[in-house]
Design a protein around this ligand. Structure first.
Ligand SMILES: [Zn+2]
Length: 323
C-alpha cells in the first residue's frame, strides 16, 4: 500500500523553478535553456543513437550566438542527427515559441481551478485558437499513465457535467439533458484520484470501474445510490452514508474527499472554461487529476513534473480541435 500523502505548505517564494519562470516566459533563449534543463538536466543526448557526444549548433554569421532554432547536433560519425528540445514531446510539431509553452505549463500546473485559453491569449498575444491547441496538448501531457490500483480507504461518487443553459425551451430540455456527461470519480483517501467519463452509471458499470481501478482489499465508501447496492455481495468491503436522510458522516464513513474534488472540478469548468464538450471532457479531467495527484509538490516541482510528462506523448491535429 502507498503511504498517505501530505500536502506541503511550502512557500513558493524560495522555489528556484518559479523564480526562473518569469524570465523564461519572456525570452525565447531562456525558455529553450529552461526546457533543456528540465528535460535533460546536465546530460543532453542524441535522440537517434543515444550518444551524449552532442553539441549546440552556433549561428553561421555570429558564432557567439546559438543557431536560430536552437538546434543540437550529434558528433557520432554514423549519426550526425540534428535535434531540438522539442523532439519527442507534445510540443514537437508546434510552431508556438517555447516561452509561451513555458507560460502555459506554468499556469496549467499551478492554478487550482485551471487556466483558460482566453487568459493565455491575453497574456501572450498568441491567437485564441493556438492557445486552445496548446492547452489541449498540455492536458495530454498531464494524462496520467499510472494504472496501479487505488488502495486503503477509497471514496466513490458520480457527477454530471455540462449542458446547463439558463433558459431552455421545454421541447429542448430532453436533448440538453442527454448532452450532460456522467463522470465517476474514485479517490484514495490521502492519495490519488481517478475521474472517468462513463457512458452510464448502472450498477454493472460502476462495479466494472471498481474492479479495474481499486484493490479488492480496499474499504469502499459511497452514498446510498441504488447503483452501489450489491457491492458487498460482490465481495467488496463497502459502506455507505444515506445523504437522503441527512447522514453525511458516520464515524469515518463519508465521501467528502471525492465531493471536494468534484466541487473544484465544477467551479473550474463553470468559471474558467464556460462550456466543455463531451468529446474533450476527459482532457480537462486529466488536468484536474494531475494537479490533485501532484498536490504534495511545490508549485515549481509540479511545473517540472508536467514538462517531464510531455515526453513521449503526441496529440494529432484531429484529436485536439475545439474545446
Ligand atoms: Zn546520434
Amino acid at each position: 500500500m502507498r503511504p498517505a500523502r501530505k500536502v506541503q505548505n511550502e512557500s513558493t517564494k524560495n522555489d528556484p523553478v518559479i523564480g526562473q519562470l518569469p524570465a523564461a516566459c519572456a525570452d525565447e533563449k531562456l525558455a529553450v535553456e529552461f526546457m533543456e534543463q528540465q528535460r535533460w538536466g546536465d546530460h543532453p543526448a542524441c535522440p537517434s543513437c543515444g550518444s551524449e557526444s552532442v553539441y549546440q549548433m552556433m549561428d553561421s554569421k555570429d558564432p557567439s550566438k546559438r543557431q536560430a532554432n536552437f538546434r543540437w547536433r550529434c558528433k557520432e560519425k554514423e549519426c550526425h542527427s540534428q535535434f531540438t528540445v522539442r523532439i519527442g514531446t507534445v510540443f514537437e510539431d508546434s510552431r508556438i515559441p517555447l516561452r509561451h509553452w513555458a507560460f502555459g505549463f506554468w499556469r496549467a500546473a499551478t492554478s487550482k481551478k485551471g487556466v483558460s485559453a482566453l487568459e493565455i491569449h491575453r497574456q501572450t498575444g498568441l491567437s485564441y485558437k493556438s492557445c486552445l491547441f496548446m492547452l489541449h496538448r498540455i492536458r495530454c501531457a498531464m494524462d496520467e499513465t499510472d494504472i496501479e490500483p487505488l488502495n486503503g480507504t477509497v471514496e466513490m461518487d458520480e457527477v454530471y457535467i455540462g449542458g446547463k443553459p439558463r433558459k431552455v425551451h421545454k421541447t429542448l430540455y430532453k436533448t440538453i439533458k442527454k448532452e450532460k456527461a456522467a463522470v465517476v470519480g474514485i479517490l484514495e483517501r490521502g492519495g490519488r484520484v481517478r475521474p472517468k467519463v462513463v457512458a452510464d452509471v448502472t450498477a454493472k458499470s460502476l462495479k466494472q470501474i471498481l474492479e479495474q481501478n481499486v484493490d479488492k482489499s480496499a474499504r469502499v465508501m459511497t452514498d446510498e445510490a441504488s447503483s452501489y447496492r450489491g457491492l458487498r455481495k460482490a465481495g467488496w468491503n463497502h459502506e455507505s452514508v444515506t445523504h437522503s436522510q441527512w447522514e453525511y458522516v458516520r464515524g469515518d464513513v463519508h465521501t467528502n474527499g471525492i465531493e471536494g474534488f468534484f466541487g473544484m472540478l465544477k467551479r473550474g469548468l463553470n468559471g474558467i472554461y464556460h462550456s466543455v464538450s463531451k468529446k474533450h471532457l476527459h482532457r480537462y479531467l486529466s488536468e484536474f487529476q494531475f494537479r490533485h495527484n501532484n498536490n504534495e509538490l511545490a508549485d515549481g516541482q509540479r511545473v517540472i513534473a508536467a514538462i517531464k510528462a510531455a515526453q513521449g506523448k503526441r496529440l494529432t491535429y484531429a484529436q485536439q480541435v475545439g474545446e
